[in-house]
Write a protein that binds this ligand. Structure first.
Ligand SMILES: [Zn+2]
Length: 455
């Protein structure tokens, strides 16, 4: 996410193909010597997941309210005795405009079951008989979502448009680790951790409003997506443009939808998205999904990233646009615990944004506040109490830290190795440090100066 907008420089680096090797010239200050990125594999297309959501949404476009039924099929890779569900609409700052979610009933393998809610964002369903690793469990939830009105955030309704992001009950399973219970943030940021999943979402009843959403639709208000960590949608009346592009032999349909009445030019956004998708596919591995959509609606500052779908606010065409594209690699393709390690998604997206915009000197000119210095690795619970320092402490300080490692092109190469090694998974700081150390042996020492612990 990014909610601070600035003008952006536009110097892009050149990408050369020399003798079949990919060479990159740094786009900003630092060494201008081309650096080869060798030994890096390809990013595979998404494949069916061990987590599948089948969801029916009964939507009232007048009130914004949703009655939902989610049928979730999940095959854990560890033995478990409970199911944990996160209800993210109940997080964030709580005021009169905040959405709220309530789960009315739950069934495990078709048997009605009880559940507890230790905090508003966490539902726990005990399964005393246990579920063995490798065995599928079927969880059905009936739930409602209340949307009070306009809000500068991911769930909002006004007279022209409806935004629904982070609005579905999700399983916070970290493969090989277990359930993630990271507390929510009260700021306008993300604290979720979800594994990649497959989705079928149907919206009822039919509406005259247009719907843009994660994945692809069948023309009858049903969407499917494969290998995405979440599913989001926006309703409105849009002027939109679309173009097919090819990245590394792979077709991607790029669409920009702008709410009617806004002065934002969808073609201008489209051009910036296409440029960023192509650049980042070269720097960090190809974009593996078949669509990327930006939807611009009123009452939103900056942008909010979802897999294959980004919500942006009016006037956010600047650095927000490549920043949100970058999140498709750093959050969407390679996941992380956004509440515990926000620097891993926001910091790396800021690095990519800097590479796209040629703004290293701009980042480096920013002073890190005293309460953020050497705290790059701090969790959202810390930044909630130091909100004014969050942007510089995480977004800016991460760029400082990565730039301190060495040439920017070598950082990009390390990040491409990191993406390929962790695609569709959930990465940890140790995995990122490992990839960086392969390029820069002193990574642990350098990052420690910024507050990143290696252990
Ligand atoms: Zn961001």
């Amino acid at each position: 996410m990014i909610n601070l907008r600035r003008c952006a420089a536009t110097a892009l680096g050149a990408v050369l193909l020399v003798g079949g090797l990919q060479w990159r010239s740094p786009v900003s200050a630092g060494s201008t010597t081309p650096v080869p990125c060798t030994g890096v594999g390809a990013i595979a297309a998404p494949t069916p997941s061990t987590l599948r959501y089948d969801i029916d949404l009964d939507l009232n476009t007048n009130t914004g309210g949703v009655r939902g039924r989610s049928v979730i099929r999940f095959t854990p890779d560890l033995d478990i005795t409970e199911l944990v569900v996160r209800l993210w609409p109940n997080g964030g700052a709580r005021d009169a405009t905040a959405p709220s979610m309530n789960v009315g009933s739950a069934e495990v393998n078709a048997a009605v079951t009880t559940f507890s809610q230790p905090d508003p964002t966490t539902l726990v369903i005990a399964v005393p008989s246990g579920i063995a690793s490798g065995r599928e469990v079927k969880l059905a939830l009936d739930w409602t979502l209340n949307v009070p009105g306009p809000r500068d955030d991911r769930v909002s309704r006004n007279s022209a448009s409806l935004r629904y992001g982070s609005f579905l009950p999700v399983l916070p399973w970290e493969p090989g680790v277990g359930w993630n219970r990271t507390p929510p943030t009260t700021g306008q940021a993300e604290a979720s951790m979800t594994p990649t999943a497959d989705w079928r979402v149907s919206v009822h009843p039919s509406t005259a409003m247009q719907i843009v959403a994660t994945g692809s639709d069948d023309g009858h208000n049903t969407w499917t997506a494969t290998g995405t960590r979440d599913w989001a949608m926006v309703l409105g009346t849009f002027k939109h443009v679309s173009t097919p592009i090819i990245v590394d032999g792979h077709n991607v349909a790029v669409t920009v939808a702008v709410q009617q009445g806004l002065v934002d030019d969808p073609t201008a956004y489209l051009n910036r998205v296409v440029k960023a998708l192509k650049l980042f596919s070269t720097l960090y591995g190809r974009y593996p999904w078949s669509s990327y959509t930006v939807v611009v609606t009123p009452g939103l500052k900056g942008g909010i990233e979802y897999p294959t779908l980004v919500m942006q606010g009016p006037g956010s065409i600047g650095r927000t646009t490549p920043h949100e594209v970058a999140h498709q690699w750093f959050y969407s393709l390679v996941g992380n615990d956004q509440g515990r390690d926000p620097w891993m998604d926001e910091g790396l997206a800021s690095w990519a944004e800097m590479r796209s915009e040629g703004t290293l000197s701009t980042f480096q000119s920013k002073v890190i506040p005293a309460d953020a210095t050497a705290r790059l690795g701090a969790p959202m619970t810390y930044w909630d109490a130091h909100r004014s320092s969050y942007y510089r402490g995480v977004y800016v300080q991460a760029v400082h830290a990565l730039a301190a490692l060495g040439p920017a092109a070598s950082v990009d190469c390390a990040l491409q190795h990191y993406v390929v090694a962790n695609a569709y998974g959930v990465a940890t700081p140790a995995r990122l440090i490992s990839a960086l150390t392969d390029q820069f042996p002193n990574t642990a020492t350098v990052l420690a100066r910024y507050g990143i612990k290696s252990a």
